[in-house]
Design a protein around this ligand. Structure first.
Ligand SMILES: Nc1ncnc2c1ncn2[C@@H]1O[C@H](COP(=O)(O)OP(=O)(O)OP(=O)(O)O)[C@@H](O)[C@H]1O
Ligand SMILES: [Mg+2]
Length: 248
């Protein structure tokens, strides 16, 4: 079992969106995948999948009220542990319990922790519970600086930082791209373009890799998913796809 944390100290850069899509992509490859919403104050993972209320959540686990296995739900081709949407449930949760509670998970190939933003207790608990860390940033300067900070902290915690995912990339000039890559010390593992389809996919509660599997953003995420497990995505050209469709 491998545990990946998806982190950023800056909020709203696309951690949850990326986690949902990586899980769906890797599950499509046959891996048994579990996602954990470790954003305890503002959990959104379940709502990306169209779930509103879950009787048992990570909050109950971190309050030692239930065993972790009772908070696992199936969705699409993978599994997830949601957070509670109730404010009352935040009181008394101990984020430090997360790492220990993961010891009871045995039958998954890959676990993804959708970390909380910031560098507080809950964000650190997500990082500490991960073996491998993916850092997400958008191309704006404040976000890039925060990504570097998260990188440093994850490294100090002894984590294997897989790299930085540059998300919501609009057209960049060569000079702009060079500047960003230099600032990030060439640690970028994937670039995901800005794509309006993310918004539409979210409206239909679908991972983008299912809603628009051939979009550039979906292909970029699938490429990253393959990279995480050491495989290579062989992308079909539109001619190959047309022939496949005609001969179906
Ligand atoms: N590449 C992209 N192109 C366009 N929109 C995107 C892209 N990535 C994410 N988004 C949108 O950005 C918004 C925030 O994404 P998301 O909730 O995944 O961020 P987050 O980092 O998990 O936020 P938080 O820090 O609050 O947990 C969502 O509306 C999502 O659809
Ligand atoms: Mg999130």
């Amino acid at each position: 079992m491998q545990i990946f944390g998806v982190a950023s100290s800056k909020g709203g850069v696309g951690k949850t969106t990326l986690t949902v899509n990586l899980c769906a992509s890797l599950a499509s490859l046959g891996y048994k995948v579990l996602a954990i919403d470790a954003n305890l104050t503002t959990p959104h993972f379940a709502s990306h999948l169209g779930y509103k209320l879950a009787p048992y959540t990570l909050h109950h686990v971190l309050k030692d009220q239930i065993e972790l296995k009772y908070a696992i739900y199936p969705s699409f081709n993978f599994y997830f542990i949601p957070g509670s949407l109730s404010v009352e449930d935040i009181v008394g949760t101990e984020p430090e319990r997360l790492k220990e509670s993961l010891n009871s998970i045995k039958d998954f190939d890959l676990v993804f922790i959708d970390c909380a933003p910031g560098l507080g207790k809950e964000a650190l608990a997500g990082l500490e519970s991960s073996e491998n860390v993916l850092i997400v940033t958008t191309p704006e300067h404040p976000s890039l600086l925060d990504a570097l900070k998260t990188y440093k902290i994850a490294s100090l915690l002894g984590k294997n930082v897989v790299g930085i995912v540059l998300n919501r990339v609009r057209k960049l000039s060569k000079v702009e791209r060079e500047k960003i890559y230099k600032l990030l010390d060439f640690k970028v593992v994937a670039e995901i373009p800005e794509d309006k389809n993310f918004e539409k996919a979210l409206k239909y509660n679908l991972p983008l890799v299912f809603y628009k599997p051939q979009s550039k953003a979906a292909v970029a995420i699938k490429n990253l998913a393959f990279k995480l497990v050491g495989r290579k995505l062989i992308s079909k050209t539109w001619v190959e796809r047309l022939i496949e469709w005609l001969t179906k």
